[in-house]
Design a protein around this ligand. Sequence first.
Ligand code: SF4
Length: 258
Amino acid sequence: MKHHFKIQTHGKFLFLIMSTISLILMMFLTTLIWWFVSPRLHSISSMVAIFSLTVLRLFYISVILGIVSIYLSCYLSLTLSFLNKFIRLSITILFPINVFLGKFIGISKDRIRTSFVHVNNSFLNINKHNFANDEILILLPHCLQNYDCNLRITNNIDNCKECGKCKIMDLKRISKKYKVKIAIATGGTLARKIIVQTKPKCIIAVACQRDLVDGLLEVFPIPVYGVLNERPYGPCINTTVDVDKIEDFLKHFIKEKK
Ligand code: SF4
């Protein structure tokens, strides 16, 4: 049973196709620019012209390698860790172009971000991922806590009295059940600090689109299972999350003890 579990990543196609179009556009525009400036470069020195063309070609090759690796990971569950830096480079370069493109064709930033979270999650469907329970960290945003609750759970989730008014209760319980680390971050700086201190091999991160994407890009290639929070009362207040998704992940990705 365990080996057939797959995280649902249906939304990944949007990010992939937009990145591919962005790549083609970027190559077209930069080639055009180079074509215009190359006579000037040649007039300075042919060495300068050859050097700049080589740099441009190496850059293209790196971004193409990154995109091809993402497709291989997403659709064939194939990954080569030495290509990780190319994946990171291509996402960093193409993400802003995707957002720019999205503005023209009416695709919101959040839709692109959500699709990227699916792309990222599909990296985890590669079979080799299995973690010991103490290697996993569940990282939560503070806005999951009920707004009227005054208990200081950011220092220690055990301070939650389990009244059931928010999902912190269930999350605390599953962290105990599966013996995984759990922490609540009030922002990016604290999240980074928690990651440095706990050194997880895998993170289950709950956040809104913007924070999640920023975090994913920052910690890559640490595998992160991204779970978007739900915001029935708007952003940053009394948000909630599908705890079953997190429990399913834990059930299937924790290494069985021999
Ligand atoms: S479940 Fe815990 S954190 Fe949430 S409101 Fe109740 S005591 Fe506070």
